[in-house]
Design a protein around this ligand. Structure first.
Ligand SMILES: NC(=O)c1ccc[n+]([C@@H]2O[C@H](COP(=O)([O-])OP(=O)(O)OC[C@H]3O[C@@H](n4cnc5c(N)ncnc54)[C@H](O)[C@@H]3O)[C@@H](O)[C@H]2O)c1
Ligand SMILES: O=C(O)C(=O)C[C@@H](O)[C@H](O)[C@H](O)COP(=O)(O)O
Ligand SMILES: [Zn+2]
Length: 351
């Protein structure tokens, strides 16, 4: 299956098909006539899939940079190492960077590509469920700062996204759950039928036969939203459902305890619980989210006092002028952005 993200001069294709990884070279040859490619990956993914990708790129001069896995790598501190590798490889603006990995590598290599020489072309090959359903599409690339998630970044679209769901066979269960956090998000914000499918199943194994279709559905929802609002000034904020709290939870633990999908799960449940208490969301949505999180082994709380998160919430990128923009649900499948303030969280207790 091929989808197209229509963004004028930044239009790009997304290829989604089981078993397409060995054909990476043929997708890249469609648009890339340069000579040199740098693959950026991590030390879990490259040993598993690096050779397959390299074998398909035999007609190019390929360089690889393999970084330690995990969120702490998506740091401002990692960038000099990437720029040095790019300089050592004599990468020019006519060359190409491939991000081969999960969302950490996609965001980090994407930001490096966006900033090196003011922009070197990028291809995303997402290998985690989270990256396949969400982070590889839409052009948000970034690194974390100690003060907050994704605080230094850019909008920089890839030239192509190549999604092979077969690679998920080696993804550990924990990260399957993380990806399901974002899948549940897509059901919550835009697609009740998708949400109902998720809660009709009893486990990920049970859902698996439908996975390729579900990946494509999430990507398509994101494609439509990004086409409407690529720079995150309105509708795109809906993709941030659960993230106001998620990002502060991740930052609170210095990116070492709650992973992104887990934190999004907690954030979606807790903000919906609070919104229901205030009459801003239809009663029952928080319970429905909790049920979905349970099925896919995701937490709904982390026992942090809300007061420990408010400083970081003030850095949320959805803040405009003097107000917070919160993403809430009217009901499952129907979301909205509400201009509000930190007072929304008063009396929240522990989350
Ligand atoms: N740019 C965006 O729009 C966007 C959207 C959502 C999330 N994100 C970001 O994505 C990041 C999280 O991404 P993630 O959950 O993919 O984390 P990740 O990149 O750390 O990958 C999770 C783990 O799985 C391993 N892995 C990946 N693919 C594998 C495979 N096929 N087989 C075996 N192991 C594999 C990785 O090495 C890592 O250990 C966060 O930093 C989050 O902020 C960005
Ligand atoms: O693409 C978007 O827009 C999103 O909000 C998708 C989120 O899942 C993702 O975590 C994103 O990186 C968050 O962006 P940020 O602007 O809040 O850092
Ligand atoms: Zn996210």
């Amino acid at each position: 299956m091929e989808l197209t993200v229509n963004l004028g001069p930044d239009t790009y294709p997304i290829y989604i098909e089981n078993g397409i990884l060995p054909q990476t070279g043929s997708y890249i040859r469609k648009f890339f006539t340069g000579k040199k490619i740098m693959i950026i990956s991590d030390d879990h993914v490259f040993p598993l899939y690096g050779k397959t990708v390299l074998d398909s790129l035999k007609d190019y001069e390929c360089h690889s940079l393999v970084l330690p896995h995990g969120e702490p790598t998506k740091s401002f501190q990692t960038l000099p190492q990437i720029y040095s590798a790019m300089l050592d490889a004599r990468l020019t603006r006519s060359d190409l960077v491939i991000a081969l990995g999960g969302g950490v590598i996609g965001d980090l290599a994407g930001f490096a590509a966006s900033s090196f020489l003011r922009g070197v072309r990028l291809v995303q090959i997402p290998t985690s469920l989270l990256a396949q359903v969400d982070s590889s599409v839409g052009g948000k690339v970034a690194v974390d700062l100690p003060q907050g998630k994704n605080l230094v970044g850019a909008f920089f679209h890839p030239k192509a996204v190549i999604i092979d769901p077969d690679v998920l066979n080696t993804l550990p269960q924990h990260f399957i759950s993380d990806g399901m956090g974002e899948v549940i998000k897509y059901g919550c914000i835009k697609d009740k039928a998708l949400f109902d499918t998720l809660v009709r199943h009893t486990s990920f194994e049970d859902l698996k036969p439908e996975l390729t279709r579900i990946i494509a559905r999430c990507v398509d929802i994101k494609r439509i939203v990004v086409e409407h609002d690529q720079f995150d000034t309105g509708e795109r904020m809906l993709l941030n459902f659960g993230h106001t709290l998620a990002h502060t939870i991740e930052q609170y633990y210095n990116y070492e305890r709650e992973s992104h999908g887990e934190a999004v799960g907690i954030g979606m449940y807790q903000i919906t619980r609070l919104a229901e208490e205030k009459g801003l969301t239809t009663t029952g949505c928080a319970d429905a989210i909790k049920k979905a999180l349970d099925i896919y082994w995701l937490p709904d709380h982390c026992d942090l006092p809300m007061s420990s998160l408010t400083d970081a919430i003030a850095l949320d990128k959805k803040n405009l002028n003097n107000h917070l923009n919160l993403v809430l649900l009217h009901t499952i499948g129907d979301s909205y952005v509400r201009p509000d303030s930190l007072a929304f969280f008063d009396g929240a207790g522990q989350i």
